[in-house]
Design a protein. Structure first.
Length: 198
């Protein structure tokens, strides 16, 4: 759950209810932004509509800034946030599989559920494929566990790895977001002719 759970003594039912409401709100926003459409999502790969990358990168940087401010103000203990242990080979392979699935299917897990909720058949097909993948992974996990956990290390963060303070990384990502937004706007203008006419 959120790292706020240790600071605010609500019951499990209240936190689960909050999670459901946040999930519904997230799905609603995805659909309203057009991210329940595989055509909108795959437009990124043709460089004529970078909205998905803009929204996701902005969300990541906004969360980064928010966490830094809350931590600096003493309202949030960042040590309460779980950082997944780092297993380079397994995570690289997982990233490649995720990317390939995104390109072929046109959805990621969250957008597939948003598409499914609005009755899109391709969203249903992708969600079923995702479910089969999860079941296959669960069955194969005992054999893969040793390889996944082998050679792993504690969760790596940029400040810990580089020795550069969290505030400098936050400023750097804000600056990079501004530059990337400008660059993506240029790409959209350059490749506008690739946009489907139908």
């Amino acid at each position: 759950m959120l790292p706020l759970t240790s600071s605010y003594p609500f019951g499990t039912a209240a936190w689960l209810g909050a999670a459901v409401l946040l999930g519904l709100g997230f799905g609603f926003c995805l659909e309203r932004a057009g991210f329940g459409s595989a055509r909108k999502l795959t437009a990124v790969f043709y460089l004529y509509d970078m909205a998905v990358v803009k929204v996701m990168f902005t969300a990541i940087v906004t969360a980064m800034v928010g966490l830094f401010i809350l931590s600096a103000a003493g309202l949030l203990d960042l040590s309460e946030i779980f950082v997944e242990p780092t297993h380079m080979a397994a995570q690289a392979l997982g990233g490649l599989l995720f990317g390939a699935g995104f390109i072929v299917g046109g959805y990621c897990p969250g957008t597939a559920i948003a598409a499914l909720a609005t009755g899109r058949r391709d969203g249903l097909a992708f969600a079923l494929g995702m479910l089969l993948g999860v079941l296959a992974y669960a069955e194969l996990t005992p054999g893969l566990e040793a390889w996944i956990s082998g050679g792993g290390s504690e969760g790596m963060t940029l400040p810990e790895t580089t020795g550069l303070g969290r505030g400098w990384w936050t400023l750097g990502f804000v600056a990079f977001l501004a530059a990337a937004g400008w660059g993506m706007g240029r790409l959209e203008t350059k490749f506008a002719g690739r946009r489907p006419r139908c």
